[in-house]
Design a protein around this ligand. Structure first.
Ligand code: 5RP
Length: 231
């Protein structure tokens, strides 16, 4: 069911793409539906260029025949469509479940519009049930982790993080060659403050709180498709 809803949200989003658009392609299973539907439109004659947010989506978009560019060649995008691990009613997000948060945030920030596509399970009243991904450089991991955990403690949040591991038993490496610490915070009452505090820690490359980036969301539910913000 969830996959059907993801596809439904992606179907609505793909209709937003117009001729000549510069499009940011998100990462994850919901974004994959969007890329597949966008590929169909491109093969039907739609002229666009796109910037993928991960190597995985780069590969899928290439297979789909979607013309690709980079933010160096095309530093401003018209529309980015991406999934999320959680979204609240103010379009604040947790992202990075798939480990692509850094490129996803750079691409979203370069876009005039960022539309989130999701099934209803992602919609929450308060962010935090999904563990917050925090991307860190491998150098000085233990020291950076200690600073992150101290920061969480100061904010009266659960202060344990776990180093994300890959299937091969090694630490998971992002496309940028970084590690990810996942923080099970349960309830983030002050996401803006937490975002600013994490960002100030040396060694933290990025975190999965996306605030003031999404301009709209398309959330597919069993009874229809809801829109939040400007879609
Ligand atoms: C990847 C992400 C994804 O958008 C997020 O994990 C949602 O994935 P899915 O659509 O598979 O539920 O942030 O870094």
């Amino acid at each position: 069911m969830s996959d059907t809803l993801k596809r439904r949200a992606a179907e609505r989003a793909v209709a937003l793409v117009g001729e000549g658009f510069r499009v940011g392609l998100g990462t994850g299973s919901t974004a994959r539906h969007f890329v597949s539907l966008l590929g169909e439109r491109v093969r039907g004659g739609l002229g666009i260029i796109a910037v993928p947010t991960s190597e995985t989506i780069h590969a899928q978009a290439t297979e789909e025949g979607i013309p690709l560019t980079t933010l160096d060649e095309t530093p401003e995008l018209d529309l980015t469509v991406d999934g999320a691990d959680e979204l609240d009613g103010d379009l604040r997000l947790i992202k990075g479940g798939g480990g692509a948060l850094l490129r996803e945030k750079i691409v979203a920030a370069a876009s005039k519009r960022m539309i989130v596509i999701a099934d209803e399970s992602k919609r929450v009243d308060v962010l935090g049930r999904f563990p917050l991904p925090i991307e860190v450089v491998p150098f000085g991991l233990a020291a950076t982790r200690r600073s992150v955990e101290n920061c969480l403690r100061r904010m009266n949040l659960p202060d344990e993080t776990s180093l994300r591991m890959a299937a091969n038993g090694e630490p998971f490496l992002t496309d940028g060659g970084h590690y990810i610490l996942d923080a099970k915070l349960l309830r983030i009452d002050r996401p803006e403050e937490l975002a600013a505090s994490l960002q100030a820690i040396p060694g933290v490359v990025e975190h999965g709180l996306f605030i003031s980036l999404a301009t709209g969301a398309i959330v597919a539910t069993a009874s229809g498709v809801d829109e939040i913000g400007r879609v």
